[in-house]
Design a protein around this ligand. Structure first.
Ligand SMILES: [Zn+2]
Length: 174
């Protein structure tokens, strides 16, 4: 995929939105469920009604999200098959963060409840590379990657992902 200069500029606007203060403005103007309307250019893997995608407004480079396609608010509404796929995707995300970014630790964050999840009522799990203790206090930093760059990097390692996916089936059954 090739981006026009305008598209690239927009990608950099998304990338920097958390440190420029633009992020707050953007959320106030979103009137629909963004996770029911995921953008294909950020989704890099999908199985059984669950996707692995990158956020438009990443916390750190390499940030992945695991999201069921159905609009459900809580883990308890997930079907056993969806949950089983998520369990697998957490495993794959950890492996891919190591593969693509060389980071061995991963932090899974799921903001549950209306107070924590003020912007979206569609359950989503953040899979966050954990290579710097400061990041767990959410001190946002200048990113290198636009959301598009982030997706492209994971997409470029698609073969590895396929292989890991197959191996998971043999080792852990699904
Ligand atoms: Zn939704």
């Amino acid at each position: 995929m090739k981006l026009t200069p305008e598209q690239q500029k927009k990608q950099e606007y998304y990338r920097d939105a958390r440190i420029t203060g633009e992020y707050g403005k953007i959320w106030q103007s979103v009137g629909k469920c963004v996770f029911c309307d995921l953008d294909d250019k950020y989704v890099f893997f999908e199985e059984n009604g669950v996707v692995m995608t990158v956020p438009v407004f990443a916390y750190v480079d390499g940030h992945i999200m695991v999201i069921p396609k159905r609009h459900v608010r809580s883990v308890k509404e997930l079907k056993p098959g969806e949950w089983e796929t998520m369990r697998k995707f957490f495993y794959l995300a950890k492996k891919m963060i190591r593969e693509v970014h060389g980071v061995k630790g991963m932090q899974i964050v799921q903001k549950d409840g209306s107070e924590a999840q003020s912007t979206v009522e569609h359950i989503h799990f953040h899979c966050i590379p954990f290579d710097n203790p400061e990041l767990s206090t959410w001190n946002y930093q200048q990113l290198e990657d636009t959301p598009f760059d982030n997706a492209e990097k994971y997409r470029a390692s698609r073969d590895k992902l396929e292989k890991l996916s197959k191996r998971f089936g043999k080792k852990y059954g699904q």
